[in-house]
Each structure stands twice: as structure tokens, then as C-alpha cells.
Design a protein around this ligand. Structure first.
Ligand code: FES
Length: 162
């Protein structure tokens, strides 16, 4: 995965007063920009908010939306809530595992895709459901999974996908 310049983190921090109540908001902004919470930025945050590193780690590990490990450029979230589970979300997860050779909670070696399972995404009527970054897919089938993933591969090769 491409190493980003951590200096932008300073700009993120300075958008907030150095008060502990902004901790989560800052972490969310960092996650959004870097796609994870890099250790050097946690150290910056420790100094900025005067919060022990252990506290920062416990917050960063508590919230599922935050990650201490770099995530893929495309984060695949497969819903495994009750409605999706009953509509065979496991077959979707199995297909992604087979195609990308990763398990939920991990990232492909080239840093392209991460796979996560989540609870209800609020669209049970079109279950099973998955989301890739901000793009939503309903009534997904294992064969559709293959098409969707191939589409991402093609789009990236054509460099038309951000
Ligand atoms: S259980 Fe999957 S969208 Fe509701």
C-alpha cells in the first residue's frame, strides 16, 4: 500500500480545539483521509490532546469504523444481519473469499480490497446486500459478486476509478 505523507494529519488536528471531547471526531477524520489510523499520527494525537497512547488505542480498537491496519482501496462490507443471513449472505462471503483469497477482517496482498462483515445496513428488502466504498449492491448473488469484482479490476486498470 502506498505510504502517505502524515503531515496532513496536523491540518486535521488543528481543525479542532485541543480538547478530549473531539477525540472520536478527529480519529474519524484521520481514518477517512488515510484509510486507517497510523501509529505516528496516534503519537501526534497523544501530544495534541494530552491523552495517553493506551487510551487512544482502546478507542481506536473499540469502534469498528476505525482501523489500526491499512485497509484496501476498496472496502467490501457484506451484510450478515438476520435478513441477509436468511437470504444466504454466507454464499456471498464465501464467493469473495474464493475470488480474493481473503477472510473477513483482512486485506488482499496488493492492498486493493478489504473484506468486512457488518450487521444490518438498513436495506433488508433487497437482501442480501453489500457495499463497496460508497457503492451499494442489493440482491447480490455469488455470480454477481464475480462480475462486480471483475468490474473493479477493469475500472482500476483503466484508471477511471478513484
Ligand atoms: S440484515 Fe442486511 S440489510 Fe438488513
Amino acid at each position: 500500500m502506498e505510504l502517505k505523507d502524515f503531515s496532513y494529519a496536523r491540518t486535521i488536528l488543528e481543525q479542532y480545539p485541543p480538547e478530549r471531547r473531539f477525540l472520536l471526531a478527529i480519529l474519524q477524520d484521520i481514518q477517512k483521509h488515510y484509510n486507517y489510523i497510523p501509529r505516528p499520527i496516534l503519537e501526534m494525537l497523544r501530544d495534541y490532546l494530552d491523552v495517553p497512547l493506551s487510551k487512544l488505542y482502546s478507542v481506536a480498537t473499540f469502534y469498528k469504523a476505525l482501523s489500526l491496519k491499512p485497509k484496501g482501496r476498496y472496502v467490501i462490507k457484506v451484510c450478515d444481519g438476520t435478513a441477509c443471513h436468511l437470504k444466504s449472505s454466507q454464499s456471498i462471503i464465501d464467493e469473495i473469499k474464493k475470488v480474493l483469497k481473503i477472510v473477513p477482517g483482512s486485506t488482499t496482498g496488493d492492498g486493493k480490497f478489504s473484506l468486512e462483515t457488518v450487521n444490518c445496513l438498513g436495506s433488508c428488502a433487497v437482501s442480501p446486500v453489500m457495499v463497496i466504498n460508497d457503492r451499494f449492491y442489493g440482491r447480490v448473488t455469488p455470480s454477481r459478486v464475480r462480475e462486480i469484482l471483475e468490474e473493479y479490476g477493469r475500472l482500476e486498470n483503466e484508471q477511471t476509478w478513484k
